[in-house]
Design a binder for this molecule. Structure first.
Ligand SMILES: Nc1ncnc2c1ncn2[C@@H]1O[C@H](COP(=O)(O)OP(=O)(O)OP(=O)(O)O)[C@@H](O)[C@H]1O
Ligand SMILES: [Mg+2]
Length: 398
């Protein structure tokens, strides 16, 4: 979400649509700070042209330290080298003249790219005594958790940049093995009741390989086995998996079981699924409230809307309004998804250019950036600096 700090209502109404994305107008600096405190989904603040420069720069300098993922863009009626120099020193990402709304929109889009990449790196950094752990969850069944987790794991493993493990925590009805056409010799149940502490060699013995960079740990074959698996096994398993893999993706059952809570406790990112129907959205709202109550940080949420193009009288915008949160990825509806499950090959591998595959791959790229992508986003962000080095003037100060 973007906040536009602008006290003049008319000007705000003109600028708002030019910023792209979801924009909320705030009239005063105090209101801006309040809003930032309340909503961790804000990734960009655009400071209007009449806000005092000293106030704007103090704000940017403070946020650079307190919240480095947040971008600050400064709008001015006239841009000169002095304003530009001071702004960039204070951590403002770009300074743009309000005469060029196309440039304003581009600057906002560049800043969002940088924020997204930085978010991924911050999360990776936290996890990087080892790999990153991602839990895919929805409290309502059938929203697409298994579809998302299998395709997310498969796309992340493609290209050989990371080793990925997909863990099926839907212990009673897990269908990762079917979705990937695996014939496992061992399951997670084989990690229970061992005399020795769970370690790498035990994990290796229960893993079912899928492809060179993708391993799986599948759910027990007997549905009744779930009760005999203590939640502590999940925490132990994730500790070891983190040290062995760059990315661990967890598929879950549609309920807050102890195993799921152990997964949330040990995750860097929660992919929370819904579809365009009232029960699914209501359950996601309850999920978000539950996560908040339990103290799971909001900056780890990513909302994924599956079958997002279904014409059912509810739109993605309605969902965002109800949840008061942004949707991170929209996956279209397609019968090819079920066909791919029946074939046992994730759609991202079978048809990488399919709109469903593209949506999931783009999401993975943003959330699990490889260094080249981050470098490119940061390169774009440094345009202002290189322009300064070239000795920019008033006219080219964008
Ligand atoms: N984008 C989509 N378009 C069409 N069909 C889909 C899509 N996503 C999932 N499906 C189908 O919907 C059904 C439910 O999907 P999936 O198994 O991924 O959901 P789930 O959340 O894992 O369900 P459960 O809660 O039962 O584990 C499957 O038949 C799947 O093929
Ligand atoms: Mg499932």
């Amino acid at each position: 979400m973007t906040l536009l700090l602008e006290g003049d209502g008319q000007l705000a109404a003109l600028l708002g649509p030019a910023l792209g994305g979801d924009v909320v107008i705030v009239e005063a600096v105090a209101q801006l700070y309040r809003r930032l405190n309340d909503d961790l989904n804000v990734d960009l603040v655009v400071v209007g042209p009449d806000v005092d420069l000293t106030v704007a720069l103090a704000f940017a300098a403070g946020q650079r330290v307190a919240r480095p993922v947040l971008g600050v863009i400064l709008l001015r009626r006239r841009v000169n080298t002095s304003v530009l120099t001071q702004s960039l020193r204070s951590g403002v990402r770009e300074v743009v003249s309000i005469d060029d709304l196309a440039a304003v929109r581009e600057a906002c889009s560049r800043s969002r790219d940088v924020s997204r990449s930085l978010r991924g790196v911050v999360l990776e950094g936290k996890a990087h005594e080892g790999g990153m752990v991602v839990t895919v969850f929805s409290a309502k069944g059938g929203c697409g958790k298994t579809t998302m987790s299998t395709n997310l794991a498969a796309t992340a493993a493609t290209g050989g940049t990371r080793r990925v493990c997909l863990l099926d925590l839907d212990l009673a009805f897990g269908d990762v093995a079917i979705a990937l056409q695996l014939f496992p010799a061992r399951t997670i149940a084989d990690a229970v009741g061992l005399n020795s502490q769970l370690d790498e060699s035990i994990v290796r013995s229960i893993v079912t390989p899928h492809s060179p960079n993708l391993d799986t740990i599948v759910a027990p074959v007997e549905p009744g086995t779930a009760e005999s698996i203590p939640a502590s096994v999940v925490s132990d398993l994730l500790r070891v998996l983190r040290s062995m893999y760059d990315l661990v993706v967890i598929d879950t059952p549609p309920a807050f079981t102890d195993h799921v809570l152990a997964a949330f406790d040990n995750s860097d990112l929660y992919v929370l699924m819904a579809t365009l129907d009232v029960p699914a959205v209501k359950n996601l709202k309850l999920t978000l409230e539950t996560l908040t109550l339990l103290g799971y940080p909001r900056d780890k949420w990513r909302i994924a809307l599956n079958r997002a193009d279904s014409k059912v009288g509810l739109s993605p915008a309605d969902v965002e309004k109800t949840l008061k949160a942004q949707i991170a990825v929209q996956i279209p509806s397609s019968r090819d998804v079920s066909a791919s499950v029946n074939r046992g090959v994730p759609l991202v591998l079978d048809d990488p250019n399919h709109p469903v595959s593209v949506a999931i791959r783009d999401f993975a790229k943003v959330e699990f950036p490889v260094h080249a992508e981050l470098a490119s986003a940061l390169r774009k962000d440094r345009r202002g600096f290189s322009m300064l080095r070239r000795g920019g003037t008033d006219s080219d100060a964008r």
